[in-house]
Design a protein around this ligand. Structure first.
Ligand SMILES: [Zn+2]
Ligand SMILES: [Zn+2]
Length: 149
């Protein structure tokens, strides 16, 4: 009985990550499911995510904040430094790099992470910024920029 309940929860958690393009954290998966499944605990979500990752069904992404990817074929990522969102980057996967790195040991895959500002954060930043000529003088920051020659 208990075993069945656990595997149903695992299925539920697996499907939630598969359906998401957000590379969710355990907390995000929990938040998405707890409305319909009030018996679910964050600990259960966490435990099942790790189990699924160990089984190769999800990929654990040890960023500063641990996330999980429903897409397990190797691919690249973009991480927004402002909001922390992680997106897939559709660049070709260069398997020759794995072969080139084989001197280190058994290379299973590689992952490139691009960092910067996502489109939304960029737009928000630009919208928040008043036109340069109207911007108030800010606490002298950058005012006495020395021109070193
Ligand atoms: Zn962002
Ligand atoms: Zn991904």
């Amino acid at each position: 009985m208990a075993v069945q309940r656990y595997s149903r929860q695992r299925e539920l958690i697996y499907n939630a990550v598969r359906a998401s393009r957000d590379h969710p954290t355990a907390e995000m998966v929990y938040a998405a499911l707890k409305g319909d499944h009030p018996n679910l605990s964050l600990g259960t979500v966490y435990r099942n995510l790790h189990l699924l990752a160990r089984e190769g069904k999800l990929r654990r992404m040890p960023f500063p904040v641990e996330r999980f990817d429903g897409e397990v074929t190797p691919h690249h990522h973009f991480c927004c430094e402002a909001c922390g969102r992680v997106m897939d980057v559709s660049l070709p996967y260069d398997a020759s790099l794995d072969r080139a790195a084989a001197g280190c040991g058994l290379v299973t895959h590689h992952a490139t992470v691009f960092y910067g500002l996502c489109t939304q954060c960029r737009q928000a930043e630009q919208a928040a910024k008043p036109p340069r000529c109207l911007s108030p003088v800010r606490r002298g920051k950058g005012q006495n920029t020395k021109k070193e020659m």
